[in-house]
Design a protein around this ligand. Structure first.
Ligand SMILES: [Fe+2]
Length: 384
């Protein structure tokens, strides 16, 4: 292997378009289309159903101070008190294994960590993410034909379909082992009108730790007794109707409503409006009312949210177990008033990025675990 080659996971059999190979250092957005293929590609192919597999979080190998990573950054910018940190002066493709372990802990603690101007192509991105766990292949989303572990985020005015934002969610929570650290790199972004600066298509994350600890002790104690059904069925049905692309048998999975992060040992709220369909074992009406209340709490808790303004080749790495997120669809007008000048765009704006998601552990609740606040307060008491 030369220095330019990167180690990719073994490819599944029966991938579509076996003769297509994504070239290095080019966005698949260009290279797939240049090869005359649809992008993202929805050619159906079958995968084995997922089964439980061992997982060890790389954060267990971190230095608690995370100094191997943080000392290499030129600046550490905490974007809000509860969630979101930007690290400047680092190139992810050059991190050592020890620095990646520290990063796993930092992401687990801060929920989401951001990097700008990453010189990293899609092959390097896959190799980077594969360090943290077995990469997820989506049950129905379009793919890059030879790199099925990448979930292309491709949203233009047609994808937006009149909505102002996505539903708050945690990615593919219906899976047996939903993703933990999840990595998104944006390479194409909308602008404020033709010739305008990059604007629009921000993403917002919310902290599950902070939301959970903001609830009353009585409600938290009740939530800890509950499990919920997460379903991939609706998404699968929609896919079958629109493009016939379904790679595995769709599933419904029962997960605890409150889960423990295996490294921080903090409790987090684990229900989301996209995929959580019902609370198990209580009246449907009561369960739905409870879920609706929790979804509203997630959406309206501005003090536990961080909004990230993308720039080309910025990367976000979030812990999908302890955060919720939503993309903002605010870039679909054809006319903009910018600095008093009316600008009209001929070509609709496009927002494009590449997501790679290593699967984590099967969600569990350790009743001995604490909320983040309880843990930090007990550590503080020990110091005194
Ligand atoms: Fe998402």
């Amino acid at each position: 292997m030369t220095a330019d080659e990167v180690q990719l996971p073994p490819k599944p059999a029966n991938l579509p378009h076996p003769d297509y190979h994504t070239p290095r250092s080019v966005s698949p957005l260009e290279s797939v289309r240049a090869a005359g293929l649809e992008y993202p590609d929805y050619t159906p192919f079958k995968l084995a159903n997922l089964t439980l597999h061992p997982f060890t979080d790389r954060g267990h190998h971190a230095d608690p101070s995370k100094s191997r990573l943080l000392s290499a950054a030129t600046e550490i910018i905490h974007l809000t008190p509860d969630i979101g940190t930007e690290l400047a002066g680092l190139q992810l493709a050059s991190l050592t294994p020890a620095q990646k372990d520290d990063l796993a802990l930092l992401v687990a603690e801060r929920g989401v960590v951001f990097f700008r101007d990453q010189a990293m192509d899609v092959h390097e991105q896959i190799a980077f993410a594969a360090y943290f766990g077995e990469l997820h292949i989506h049950q129905m989303a379009g793919i890059i034909p030879d790199l099925p572990w990448v979930h292309p985020i491709y949203k233009d005015h047609t994808a937006v379909n009149g909505r102002s934002h996505q539903i708050w969610h945690s990615d593919v929570s219906y899976e047996l082992q939903p993703p933990g650290l999840t990595m998104l790199r944006m390479d194409t972004l909308p602008a404020a009108g033709p010739g305008g600066s990059v604007a629009g298509g921000d993403t917002i994350w919310a902290s599950g730790y902070a939301l959970y600890e903001s609830l009353s002790p009585k409600l938290r104690a009740f939530l800890e007794t509950l499990e919920a059904k997460h379903s991939g069925l609706e998404q699968a049905e929609k896919a079958l109707k629109t493009n016939g692309c379904l790679r595995r048998d769709p599933i419904e999975t029962i997960h605890p409503v409150v889960r423990t992060h295996p490294v921080t040992k903090w409790k987090t709220l684990y229900v989301n409006e996209n995929f959580t369909k019902e609370i198990v074992g209580i009246e449907k009406k009561v369960g739905h009312a409870l879920l609706d209340t929790l979804y509203r709490t997630i959406a309206e808790a501005y003090e536990y949210q961080v909004r990230w303004k993308w720039t080309p080749n910025a990367v976000a790495i979030w812990d999908n177990r302890v955060t919720f997120h939503t993309g903002i669809f605010d870039y679909c007008m054809s006319s903009y008033l910018v600095s008093g000048v009316l600008l009209t765009t001929e070509v609709p704006h496009l927002r494009h990025g590449l997501r790679v998601a290593p699967q984590a552990e099967k969600p569990y609740l350790d009743v001995e675990s604490k909320t983040r606040k309880e843990d930090l307060e007990s550590r503080n008491a020990l110091k005194q």
